[in-house]
Design a protein around this ligand. Structure first.
Ligand SMILES: [Ca+2]
Length: 487
């Protein structure tokens, strides 16, 4: 609404200028109209990285007692803050461990008192987008890493946040579509099973229409576990993206491969994506409340012999890496230490033993089968994006922060993890987190993981141009269908 109003206001203003003999609005006049954070971000987008650093330094000199404030949903931000502080001497950020005041037997990470940066990454999901609303009129924070463009595009349109584009975005290896909004970190959600799936179901997961359709279809899969898209908004963005004109061909091709006939519009469905979403929702048999719990626990501890297809955040592999279970591997009702189990899934042999891992049992991550070759798509690739918050006190530093996040070294410092090494055993990129730029040839992926480019190709993709205009009526229709199925 506000966007339409401001476009109208600009139109009226140009008409007024024209009637006074003014020249038509050109780019320089447009930037003259900008003020405050919008102006700073616009100017920062024309600066070199060195000029941006100088502007950041000037901000701290002008405001020596101020604190640059970062908000978001991930602890990655603390690591990026440390990198920024390492590279620019006027920026100070460090953390240390202290006893938790609520439970002195535990330790919590506390920011050093002399830090002039503060990072709040404790927001849960969409609470951050709501919290940002106050920035329309008053200072809230300087930099935000936010997710789901369908949800926050209105913040950009309303001027609550501003989009910075580094002048050297091409050199970093970004594509133009990576700059609006400016990408920070890629994430994805995938369809996955456990490695006992094929033995239990006698089926492979090979086509997206297996989880739609009905029992009448050969190879139909009726056990599907999905987080409710009414509350898990990124799942709603996934479902509405299946309606996107850009994604129809892959869904139609998968239909033809599965049913042996071309997909055709009918009175019921105007697109293959619409049909898939409708049938998929009707086929969901369980609504799990946590993607993390589903992957790190449920699939192994409870569902080992159930043959479920799950849809959830691939990044939860970092939870599953730490969880071990003894399982009734031989199906006799006991979980004895000497039980072993060998199973073939999708042509690969897996061996498990309750004695494995120093007697802790089977590691949940090792029973996640995520790399099925699925006609249609494997899931949904989306991003956490950098935004400069309106009324920022350190807008240039916020832009510098966004720029540093795009450096491969800053990214790998934050994301590489030794608990999911590459094939050679080196610490490597965590599953489910992907660098937005062009990774160098020595970039290390976790063992078996696909490259970012392969994930992008195999998954539906978050698309700002499409999602910013998605009708609330479509969202409502999907919510209503979910409510009906759950009732
Ligand atoms: Ca047993």
């Amino acid at each position: 609404m506000k966007k339409k109003f401001s476009v109208l206001a600009v139109a009226l203003l140009s008409m007024a200028l024209a009637s006074c003999g003014g020249s038509p609005t050109d780019e320089s006049e447009e930037s003259e109209e900008l003020t405050g954070t919008a102006l700073a971000v616009s100017l920062a987008s024309k600066m070199t990285k060195e000029e941006l650093a100088e502007a950041s330094k000037a901000e701290f000199e002008a405001n020596p007692t101020g604190k640059f404030k970062v908000v978001g949903l991930t602890s990655v931000l603390k690591s990026i803050a440390k990198t920024v502080a390492k590279d620019y001497e006027w920026i100070r950020y460090g953390t240390h461990k202290e006893p938790d005041p609520k439970d002195p037997s535990k330790e919590i990470e506390v920011e050093d008192a002399d830090s002039n940066v503060t990072v709040n990454n404790s927001y849960k999901d969409y609470a951050l987008l709501e919290a940002l609303n106050v920035a329309e009129n008053t200072y809230f924070a300087d930099y935000a890493l936010v997710q789901d463009v369908r949800y926050f595009s209105s913040h950009m349109e309303d001027g609550i946040t501003h989009n910075f584009v580094p002048s050297d975005w091409r050199a970093i290896g970004l594509q133009e579509e990576d700059t609006l909004p400016l990408k920070g970190v890629h994430f994805n959600k995938l369809f996955w099973t456990n490695t006992n799936f094929e033995k239990v179901t006698h089926k492979k997961l090979y086509n997206i229409w297996q989880v739609a359709g009905t029992d009448a279809d050969a190879d139909h899969l009726s056990k599907v576990s999905f987080q409710d898209a009414t509350t898990e908004q990124i799942n709603m963005s996934f479902l509405v993206t299946a309606y996107s004109p850009k994604e129809q061909k892959r869904i139609e091709d998968a239909y033809e491969a599965y049913y042996g006939r071309k997909w055709a519009a009918s009175g019921d469905y105007k697109s293959a994506g619409e049909q898939w979403v409708d049938e998929f929702i009707k086929n969901i048999s369980r609504w799990h409340s946590s993607d993390g719990t589903a992957m790190k626990q449920t699939q192994l501890e409870s569902d080992w012999n159930e043959g479920y297809v799950y849809y959830g955040a691939f990044a939860k592999m970092k939870d599953a890496v730490k969880n071990y279970y003894k399982v009734d591997l031989n199906g006799d009702g006991t979980k004895d230490d000497d039980e072993t189990y060998t199973v073939e899934c999708d042509g690969v042999n897996y061996e498990y033993s309750n004695a494995n891992n120093s007697g802790k049992g089977t590691r949940a991550m090792d029973t996640v089968k995520w790399d099925w070759n699925i006609a249609g798509f494997n899931g949904y690739m989306y991003c956490m994006d950098s935004q400069i918050i309106n009324k920022a006190e350190f807008p240039y530093t916020a832009c510098l922060f966004a720029r540093v996040m795009l450096e491969e070294e800053a990214y790998t410092t934050a994301i590489y993890n030794s608990s999911n090494p590459d094939a050679a055993g080196n610490a490597a990129n965590q599953y489910g987190y992907y660098y937005p730029g062009t990774a160098s040839s020595d970039f290390r992926y976790a063992k078996g993981d696909w490259t970012k480019e392969v994930h992008i190709r195999k998954e539906l993709n978050e698309d700002y141009d499409y999602l910013k205009d998605v009708s609330p009526i479509l969202v409502n229709k999907i919510q209503t269908l979910i409510a009906t199925v759950k009732a």
